[in-house]
Design a protein around this ligand. Structure first.
Ligand code: GDP
Length: 446
């Protein structure tokens, strides 16, 4: 997502930074390019217009034109404007302050990812907020819909409302709330029926359910891949039933990102969450400042750390951290680390979250470097070493290297490469050690 927009914007700023002092014409020309890049990314026209006007106004201020690195100054202004367009800094949390059971109403078109998202939210509230969640499907249109939600709930380890054939949506919603009250649920997620297109009957149904349950949230699920259509859908749902937030699904796809950038301006509703995959864990808070950072290739360190802390085995990483701090990190630990990184998913995906790594990511992808294969090879090399060699890599001299290469079906060169990488890593760790944890935190939050 955002890849092409990101690439084009980087190009604009690179052009600016080569120029030294900027004239108004330079800024105007840059804004033309930004405008084209945004239109190309499917951002809604009024949003683009408003965006470039804002940036131009701020950029032609004397500050930028006279500043030492005007390219950077403009990039900062664009960054701020992106954050504004995405809804302002900070994720907007789900409303959890209402008296229990808190009803959440899920609305959206069929195929938008609504049912999956309902399950994802249920899992998230269960695991992170320690809430007791009940899922209920109000979809009596598609015969298998209620069953689908029930199975999803089972996969998520969350309760779902028993199915009573023949009940109508409003009755089901009332029953869900009743069960919620009686059995002490904190949150009741009501998954309404989706349609292929917006029709009056669907809107009326949503309004009826809403009147019967007074939901704390009416969350619209839209598919980021549908671009402008997602924004139109949101606008119409908002006018017809009023939404309190948007969940944008399929943010993991190669959508051009325009929907995310237009949503707030067109509907007034914040994007609260983003779906990033088919798995039930693939749901993230939507942080405009992080998304803006990704668009501008500034990386998303905070997101990376969060993802890492969710995926990586806590006990194991604490053990590794302790060994690092004690300066006792060896090749066995290195192997364990590789296994952990593998768990994080594609390496190029991780690179995309690191500042300035966007380009490297492109290179990796264009050359089709198979990082999983590299890791596999490294693990094979390490497992061909003796225990002593893994503990004290310094003893690995020429003859040992030959033996290890033969044993792992690699070459001495590859063994050298691994040892060098391990060495580099040890150096970085020593640096981090010197900085101390405080310095580390400062770096990550700064
Ligand atoms: P509904 O008709 O709106 O309830 O849509 P579903 O929840 O049944 O989802 C339709 C398809 O989209 C399913 O195959 C989901 O696995 C998939 N899906 C949902 N959310 C995401 C997402 O964030 N990323 C990806 N890649 N797929 C998703």
């Amino acid at each position: 997502m955002f890849d092409s927009l990101s690439g084009k914007l980087s190009g604009v700023f690179e052009g600016l930074s080569k120029r030294g002092k900027l004239s108004e014409d330079d800024v105007a020309e840059a804004m033309r390019e930004v405008r084209l890049a945004m239109l190309d990314a499917d951002v809604a026209l009024p949003v683009v217009r408003d965006f470039t006007n804002k940036v131009r106004e701020r950029a032609v201020g004397a500050e930028v034109l006279d500043s030492i690195s005007p390219g950077q100054a403009v990039a900062k202004i664009v960054n701020d404007a992106l954050i504004d367009a995405l809804g302002g800094a900070g994720a907007v949390p789900l409303t959890l302050s209402a008296p229990a059971p808190i009803p959440f109403l899920m609305v959206g078109l069929q195929g938008s990812g609504k049912t999956t998202t309902s399950g994802k939210i249920a899992l998230r509230l269960t695991n992170r907020e320690r809430k007791k969640v009940l899922l209920a499907s109000l979809d009596v249109q598609r015969p298998a819909a209620q069953l689908q939600l029930q199975q999803l709930a089972e996969r998520a380890g969350v309760a779902s409302l028993p199915i009573v054939p023949g009940q109508q949506p409003v009755e089901i919603a009332r029953r869900a709330m009743e069960v919620g009250r009686r059995e002490g649920y904190d949150v009741v997620i009501l998954d309404t029926a989706g349609r292929l297109s917006i029709d009056e009957a669907l809107m009326q149904e949503v309004r009826d359910v809403r009147a019967a349950t007074s939901p704390a949230e009416t969350l619209l699920v839209v598919d980021a891949m549908t671009g402008q259509d997602a924004v139109n859908t949101a606008q119409r749902f908002n006018e017809a039933v009023g939404i309190t937030g948007v969940v944008m699904s399929r943010m993991d796809g190669d959508a051009r990102g325009g929907a995310a950038l237009s949503m707030r301006a067109i509907t007034g509703a914040p994007i609260k969450l983003a779906g990033t995959g088919e798995k039930l864990e693939a749901l993230e808070e939507f942080h405009p400042e992080r998304v803006a950072g990704r668009i501008l290739g500034l990386g998303d360190i905070a997101g990376l750390v969060e993802k890492a802390s969710e995926t990586i085995d806590q006990e194991e990483s604490e053990r590794l951290a302790k060994k690092m701090l004690a300066g006792k990190f060896d090749l066995d630990d290195y192997a364990s680390q590789i296994r952990q990184i593998n768990k994080l998913g594609s390496v190029s995906g991780i690179l995309g979250m690191l500042p300035g790594m966007g380009k490297l990511k492109d290179v990796l992808e264009s050359k089709d470097v198979d990082t999983a294969a590299i890791f596999r090879k490294q693990l094979a090399i390490i497992s061909s070493m003796t225990k002593d060699e893994r503990k004290t890599p310094a003893i690995i001299k020429a003859s040992r290297k030959k033996r290890i290469a033969a044993g792992s079906g690699t070459s001495v060169q590859e063994v050298n490469k691994l040892l060098k990488q391990f060495d580099d890593m040890s150096t970085v760790m020593k640096r981090i050690n010197k900085m101390g944890l405080g310095g580390m935190k400062k770096m990550l939050s700064g």
